[in-house]
Design a protein around this ligand. Structure first.
Ligand SMILES: Nc1ncnc2c1ncn2[C@@H]1O[C@H](COP(=O)(O)OP(=O)(O)OP(=O)(O)O)[C@@H](O)[C@H]1O
Ligand SMILES: [Mg+2]
Length: 384
């Protein structure tokens, strides 16, 4: 190590950076080794080996030899248990998580367009060989765009499950906040790690890059990260599928999102999907009176899948623990949600609740529509 340091000191100025890295990394290596973190030590050696390849090929080769000697069965991606991908050496935070074979708690509900796009990605990979004969590659990179809680992360898991591949997830938001000064290197490290495995790599919270633009302290860091990502997305090769998920595609650097092979737009459930979501999250054992179900569906207009799930799961829990009738809990949920809805929807809900056998007083209590208005609208509807 000393001999190599001396070589570096005599070299051009930019080598001083490398020297600092050597020193830093040596301290980290010692720390990891003493803490018995074998996987992290292996990752650091792998990273060092590729960093030194250009300027110190001998050392890189020695490190490679050490890696070869380490048992292949003990490298992180091949372990039996869920492995943890590279960590940042300063903060010790995970840069990514690895799920060997992701499972889903329930089958997703996809709008036709989303289902079509996702299935095509899967079919292309299943028929990779035929594509290759035609001189084509399957979709390499995809951008998932849409508001919170509509299934972007779920879709990445679904893809990994359908393809029977591990899901490696990099949380860019966590990476940027935690690794100032190192983000580019850290992200590249995870991408290298994922490229080597046949997996689905999810860059979650992709908009974190765009959202943080205004923070001047981070601008240099973000520029570095953007350039790393541009290169990586452009040059993404190999068997893994790279998926990025974002809430705000508009905020993303245009140069980034136009580089993806495909963009899939996710949205809140449409009126036909809300009943399916209610059935999914309420469970088959609970049957609602059709008009009460209709009012509940209206109360969920423009809600995300995850919001519907949250409300209905809370109701199921309460029904068990407090032994309260589900219908009453549903009415409570309608009451809470009605306050946020436009008048026209509340009138419609009122009509359904009336049909469900509720008195005008009860309907007024749930929807906030006055009894007088309820009566007038009913009369007007009868005359039509
Ligand atoms: N299309 C869907 N079908 C069924 N359930 C869904 C669907 N979308 C979301 N959910 C439910 O909502 C939960 C959260 O969804 P997910 O994490 O995929 O949202 P997201 O779009 O990634 O949101 P965010 O932008 O906040 O990360 C899922 O675990 C699932 O239970
Ligand atoms: Mg998500």
């Amino acid at each position: 190590m000393n001999r190599r340091k001396a070589t570096l000191i005599k070299g051009p100025d930019q080598h001083l950076d490398d020297l600092n890295k050597v020193e830093d990394n040596f301290v980290h290596l010692a720390r990891l080794a003493l803490a018995g973190k074998r996987h992290d030590v292996l990752l650091l050696i792998r990273r060092a080996s590729s960093a030194f390849r250009g300027k110190m090929p001998e050392m890189a080769e020695e490190l490679n030899q050490l890696l070869r000697e380490a048992s292949a069965s003990e490298t992180p991606l091949r372990g039996d248990t869920v492995a943890i991908a590279p960590v940042d050496l300063d903060s010790r935070l995970n840069l990514a998580t690895v799920e060997q074979l992701p499972e889903l708690a329930h089958e997703p509900i996809w709008p036709a367009a989303v289902a079509g796009s996702l299935q095509l990605i899967v079919d292309e990979r299943r028929r990779e060989h035929e594509l290759a004969i035609a001189g084509l590659q399957p979709t390499r990179t995809a951008l998932f765009e849409g508001p919170p809680g509509v299934g972007k992360t779920l879709a990445a898991r679904w893809l990994a499950r359908e393809l029977r591949q591990p899901l490696i997830t990099l949380d860019l938001s966590a990476s940027i906040s935690s690794f100032l000064g190192r983000t580019g290197a850290n992200v590249r490290n995870v991408l290298d790690y994922a490229r080597g495995a046949r997996c689905v790599l999810l860059l979650d919270e992709f908009d974190a890059i765009a959202k943080r633009r205004d923070d001047s302290a981070e601008i240099g860091e973000l520029k570095r990260l953007v350039s790393v990502l541009l290169q990586e997305i452009d040059n993404w090769t190999g068997p893994s599928l790279l998926v990025a998920a974002t809430n705000y595609a508009d905020l993303l650097d245009h140069a980034i999102w136009r580089r993806f092979d495909v963009t899939v737009k996710f949205s809140t459930p449409d009126p036909n999907q809300i009943p399916l979501a209610i059935r999914l999250f309420l469970g088959d054992d609970i049957t609602l009176e059709p008009n009460l179900a209709g009012a509940l569906e209206l109360s969920f207009v423009k809600c995300s899948f995850s919001e519907i799930e949250r409300v209905l799961t809370a109701i199921r829990r309460q029904a068990v623990v407090r032994d309260e009738p589900v219908d009453d809990l549903i009415k409570g949920a309608i009451r809470k949600r009605a306050r946020t809805l436009p008048k026209s929807v509340r009138f419609e809900m009122g009509a359904k609740l009336h049909e469900a056998g509720l008195s005008d007083r009860q309907v007024h209590d749930l929807t906030g529509v006055s009894r007088d208005t309820l009566r007038k609208r009913r009369t007007a509807a009868m005359l039509r």
